[in-house]
Design a protein around this ligand. Structure first.
Ligand SMILES: [Fe+2]
Length: 358
């Protein structure tokens, strides 16, 4: 089954500034609070018995993460800030022209955010676009409140979709610019990273069964902040929350760590990628067989990182059906009996390190 091409509207797309917040449905709000507030140190902007609004230390908008108690762990929205109030109108018109379902709420879908539109996008993701937002204290200078692993900014989202080039065509028409991708010699695209702000990405498309959300990523100032988070998790006997890393990415050049929250939602801690804001910023293309693409030190990617991701909700709050990827998976083509990877191009030996769990 080939998915139909996504139409490109002739309308002007909304001017997207950046990824702004994600809304997670969690099954035990108390456990989630313990993870995000007590362990990771995100700042509570406000909370109730059913919702918690969290932000990073440098943030001045109301929140970067909403935790909402619900029956099934899922992602209810991936929200982007747009440049002007009129861009919310543009977003609504643009998605309606693509035949997508939209919902507009002048008072917002969540506390702290005003006029917004939510859409079921052509890839099945619940995107939100908003301009109006409540400003709160930017705690950048409140070092008395910072922890050794202080999370200072929301950096990006990462989405799983079966057909990456199909998704890329839609995202580029929407105004995103590709910064890096992973391909093979036959032109199959396994993943791509794209930006609005001047970093490597605001979101990425990872090839796999979807729509699902692969992760949300928060930035720290320095690499040592990430090491501190690992040390703290060990001290709390929560090392099993560490799924992958710490390490250095090939793609993005960032230092990284992947954690799993109590519901299995994946959180990346990320720091020190590079500036991408020039109009002729070069696109970096990685060979899927290059063993340093996912980890610059050549450490293996754990299988769960390739296979597990969060379900997403439609505008009625129901879980969106997941479609299978038909092209080969990155895990299958790089590791295991039929796959290969190299450390030095041209070497015939297997490029991944001994000790891989595959
Ligand atoms: Fe990431």
């Amino acid at each position: 089954m080939t998915l139909p091409a996504i139409p490109t509207p002739s309308l002007t797309p909304p001017d997207i500034v950046r990824c702004a917040y994600m809304e997670f449905v969690v099954t035990d709000l108390k456990s989630s609070r313990a993870f995000y507030v007590d362990v990771l140190g995100l700042v509570v902007t406000e909370e109730s018995d059913t919702e918690i609004y969290l932000r990073t230390f440098e943030e001045f908008i109301h929140h970067n993460l909403v935790l909402r108690q619900g029956p099934v762990a899922a992602v209810a929205s991936l929200a982007f800030r747009v440049r002007t109030p009129e861009d919310v109108d543009r977003a609504q018109a643009y998605y309606e022209a693509m035949g997508c379902r939209t919902a507009r709420r002048p008072n917002g879908f969540v506390t702290g955010v005003g006029d917004s539109v939510r859409v079921e996008d052509p890839l099945g993701f619940p995107y939100e676009f908003f301009y109006e937002v409540e400003h709160v204290d930017r705690l950048a200078w409140r070092y008395d409140l910072h922890t050794p692993g202080a999370l200072v900014r929301l950096d990006h989202f990462n989405q799983v979709t079966p057909d990456v080039p199909r998704g890329l065509a839609y995202m580029e028409a929407l105004g995103f610019r590709v910064t890096e991708d992973i391909e093979d010699e036959d032109g199959i695209v396994y993943a791509a990273w794209m930006r609005r702000k001047d970093t490597v990405h605001d979101t990425a498309l990872t090839g796999g069964n979807g729509p699902r959300v692969h992760h949300i990523a928060f930035a720290t100032h320095e690499k040592h902040n990430i090491i501190s988070i690992c040390d703290k998790l060990g001290a709390l006997r929560l090392s099993d929350r560490i799924e992958r890393g710490p390490g250095r990415h090939g793609v993005s050049n960032a230092f990284y760590l992947y954690l799993l929250d109590p519901d299995g939602h994946r959180v990346e801690i990320y720091t020190q990628d590079y500036y991408t804001g020039d109009p002729d910023n070069p696109v970096v293309k990685w060979d899927v067989h290059d063993n340093q693409r996912r980890d610059w030190w050549g450490n293996p990617v754990v299988p769960s990182w390739y296979t597990e991701a969060s379900l997403v909700l439609d505008l009625d709050g129901n879980v969106t059906e997941v479609a299978l990827r038909e092209e080969p998976s990155e895990m299958a083509v790089t590791v295991g009996a039929d796959g290969f990877s190299y450390t030095r191009e041209g070497d015939t030996e297997r490029g991944f390190k001994l000790g891989t769990t595959l």
